[in-house]
Ligand binder design. Sequence first.
Ligand code: AMP
Length: 214
Amino acid sequence: MRVALLGPPGSGKGTHGKGLSAELRVPLIATGDILRQAIAEGTRLGLAAQADVKSGRLVADETVLGLIETRLGLPDAANGFLLDGFPRTVAQADGLASLLESGGERTLDHVVNLMVSAETVVNRLRERWLCGSCGAIYNLSSKPPKVAGQCDLCGQALKQRADDEPATVRARLEVYERETAPLVAYYAQRGVLRNVDAAGPAEQVYGAIRRILV
Ligand code: AMP
């Protein structure tokens, strides 16, 4: 199954993507994670992307399309994938469509649109902490770690994302409205859009996505 998770930062793409990827047995491909890793490793991709990622701007379409083309070409993506944070512009969606067509595949099977208000997003991201080692996601109000500052799964230290501070989140939301929100109509037109109310508790939202995909 070929699926993309669409929604503003903080709508739950990463949180739900992890569980869905395991259940559907397809790799979770998160362009933000790939870019952050490249930045941490200081690769050429990382150096090119770091200023944009830090300030919440989008990395150039050609750069992101190049990394997606490479990633989708790996054997584990042959029978499906779950995209998180890609596509983020109409140009990226068109690029993805050409890529899939050239591989003899149809378009995406489902685009899950996680709908949540800007206010909820700012509040959620202010309280978001991540494991620096395994990437597990916590929220101080709705999903606190058992021991403060420490990952339940692997015991490593939790950290916040630099771009989760409220001013940068607001910039990312503006970028989302301008560049990414048009994809809602784009995929509705193609008959693959599945809207999900993503404002409620994580388990409830996960259940709603599951009913669509599993
Ligand atoms: P995310 O983890 O999805 O919130 O992405 C973090 C940052 O990485 C974004 O604010 C962008 O700077 C960059 N990024 C991730 N995915 C894309 C994409 N598909 N197109 C352009 N920039 C991206």
